[in-house]
Design a protein around this ligand. Structure first.
Ligand SMILES: [Zn+2]
Length: 168
């Protein structure tokens, strides 16, 4: 059995593609198996996989046409970009996208603006919220002071409990 790629639906839910149809994760059974359903509201097709996930069973038929190969390619590019957004947090979205789509001929301007939006959204999720006051800022620095380092791996932020901040 081949292991399926887990991707993300437009809303960020875990999803898989089986035979040109996308299914979003619906339920995890006690056995560890997973039920995935077609995200279209009027469609009741579903598949069951194990936790790898490998296809075990499919039920129902779709009442709509399958994804085109370019749709599938875009979904896969999106997953790569969301990962890169976090792995390479300082690389500009344009550059990440150019690298990811170098081999793709299916991407248009609207896709690129979607990809860009997803990169920003993914980065926002992984970063602390912007401080709203000097106390907030001190609090965030206090929590992270050991991680903030120069490129020589030296600490340079020291926050005391009374919120006085020393930046060397
Ligand atoms: Zn369907």
């Amino acid at each position: 059995m081949t292991t399926l790629h887990v991707i993300q639906s437009k809303r960020g839910a875990p999803a898989i593609i089986v035979h040109e149809y996308m299914y979003t994760k619906c339920n995890e059974l006690n056995t560890g198996d997973i039920i995935w359903k077609c995200p279209k509201k009027t469609c009741y097709a579903s598949v069951k996989t194990n936790d790898r996930p490998e296809l075990l069973e499919s039920r129902g038929t779709h009442k709509h046409s399958p994804l085109s190969s370019s749709d599938i390619e875009k979904l896969k590019i999106d997953v790569v970009l969301k990962r890169k957004a976090i792995e390479d947090p300082t690389v500009r979205p344009n550059k990440l996208i150019r690298r990811a789509i170098a081999v793709s001929e299916v991407v248009d301007m609207r896709d690129i603006s979607n990809f860009t939006r997803h990169i920003y959204r993914q980065r926002r999720k992984s970063q602390p919220v912007l401080p709203k006051s000097i106390e907030d800022a001190a609090q965030q620095l206090r929590i992270r002071q050991n991680e903030i380092q120069t490129f020589k791996m030296e600490r340079f932020v020291f926050v005391h409990d009374d919120s006085s901040i020393v930046v060397l």
